[in-house]
Design a protein. Structure first.
Length: 131
């Protein structure tokens, strides 16, 4: 899953799709919930925002359906980034706040800071756009 940061998004998308196909064929919701965020992120880095959005949203739906919420904060945070990039600050704020609640429950200070920073950057951007 470390391929997108290595600028190997196309390979990561291919591997992610294969993992998703196998998980879905086997009815493995846990593996599906693990593969969705990675594949969505690879799609986002590969410049495929519509498909990435669909995959992030599918991941959130799978987490809700299966109770596999371990990746929910990640899905919400990264969908928040994609939503901010699509110039929907209200939607991005909602997603970042949901991710922040999850991350606070986990108690992971690094993840908490990451989402707090994203919210602060979004707030600054919104403030600069106001007339």
């Amino acid at each position: 899953w470390a391929l997108p940061p290595l600028e190997r998004e196309t390979e990561a998308v291919s591997f992610g799709r294969l993992a998703l196909d196998l998980a879905r064929a086997g009815g493995d919701g846990t593996t599906e919930s693990e593969a969705l965020p990675h594949t969505a992120t690879a799609l986002q880095y590969a410049g495929e925002p519509a498909e990435a959005r669909a995959m992030f949203e599918a991941g959130i739906a799978v987490a809700a359906r299966t109770g596999e919420t371990g990746s929910l904060h990640y899905l919400q945070h990264h969908l928040g980034r994609l939503t901010a990039e699509a110039l929907d600050p209200a939607g991005a704020t909602e997603l970042f706040e949901a991710a922040l609640r999850q991350r606070r429950e986990l108690g992971d200070e690094g993840l908490i800071r990451s989402t707090e920073t994203a919210l602060a950057e979004l707030t600054t951007w919104i403030d600069h756009r106001r007339p």
